[in-house]
Design a protein around this ligand. Structure first.
Ligand SMILES: NCc1[nH]cc(CCC(=O)O)c1CC(=O)O
Length: 312
């Protein structure tokens, strides 16, 4: 059997899907065009979650492909009636990075420096660290965003820095151009950032299920699941000013005012023994907290401290 795997056609999507499937013997890559790839509108104006996801799922449900690969952070948290998230492969670096002109780090940027990001979370985090910054709403592929710092066409296009996902830069072989890796404890990122998600039809045949299930990484599944449940319980979308990351065995979540003036933060241990242990019969090792109950604890603490007012 040849496994037909659908992927978006961007350089990043192709690079990460090729890397994922490098060791899978009989596989064919199928490029699927999505509305999100073609649009130059701001991501925030494209209608929330799922803009990159629908075209891939359509190809899956039409039977054009056997499986599809998404960036997990682009995937809506609500389950799909006909589609199953069967594999969360080993995660890449979940951090954000700053790419500053001349290698500048965040603290080195001149007062009032212009920094580009299309993400409300990154905007809020930038302004929280540096209220003086001029944050520009930008969009486009990694190449386009880096060019605005490194080789802008006109002075108006010039940015002093951009913030990007480390995983994306790394998959394109450009992580060396980052001037600062932003620590997840102080700068939690989008739920499931750096992870891929492989979906199949719920009625997929056993041969397809077996091939795709082999790509799953249990540790990534635990962490990404906890992060995504926080997002789901807060009923927030991918555009919410919310950072959620597992780092050092802890689930860290922080909700921000859009202007960075306020933030609410909560943490809970995920990897260590503690409250919320699940029985070993669930396939969760004794001493490891259940991702869902840890996510619930974190969300309860966030809401108690007023996070809902920041995310609405
Ligand atoms: N928002 C778009 C997006 N979706 C996935 C990635 C790449 C990295 C990843 O897998 O998290 C990016 C680019 C970015 O945020 O810089």
């Amino acid at each position: 059997m040849t496994l037909r795997v659908g992927t978006r056609g961007s350089a990043l999507a192709l690079a990460q899907t090729r890397a994922l499937l490098a060791d899978v013997p009989d596989v064919e890559l199928v490029t699927v065009t999505s509305h999100g790839d073609r649009s130059t509108a701001s991501l925030a104006s494209l209608g929330g979650t799922g803009v990159f996801v629908t075209a891939l799922r359509d190809a899956l449900l039409a039977g054009d492909v056997d499986a599809v690969v998404h960036s997990c952070k682009d995937l809506p948290t609500a389950p799909h009636e006909e589609v199953e998230l069967l594999a969360l492969p080993a995660r890449a670096d979940a951090r954000d990075v700053l790419v500053g002109a001349g290698g500048a780090r965040l603290a080195d940027l001149p007062v009032g420096a212009r920094v580009g990001t299309g993400s409300p979370r990154r905007r809020a985090q930038l302004l929280r660290a540096r209220p003086d910054l001029d944050v520009a709403d930008i969009r486009g592929n990694v190449d386009t965003r880096l060019r605005r710092v490194q080789d802008p066409g006109t002075p108006e296009e010039r940015l002093d820095a951009v913030v990007l996902a480390a995983a994306g830069l790394d998959r394109l072989g450009r992580l060396g151009e980052a001037s600062e890796l932003l620590d997840l404890v102080a700068w939690p990122t989008a739920p499931a950032q750096g992870a891929l998600a492989v979906e199949v039809r719920r009625d997929a045949p056993p041969a397809v299920r077996d091939a795709v299930a082999a790509l799953d990484d249990p540790a990534t599944r635990r962490a990404a699941t906890a992060e995504r449940i926080v997002l789901r319980l807060l009923e927030a979308g991918c555009a919410a000013p919310l950072g959620v990351s597992v780092t050092g065995g802890e689930l860290v979540a922080e909700a921000y005012a859009l202007d960075g003036a306020r933030a609410v933060r909560a943490t809970a241990p995920l990897g260590a023994a503690g409250a919320g242990n699940a029985p070993a019969a669930d396939g969760v090792a004794v001493g490891e907290a259940d991702p869902e109950s840890v996510a619930r604890d974190v969300v309860a603490a966030l809401l108690r401290d007023g996070a809902a007012g920041l995310l609405s």
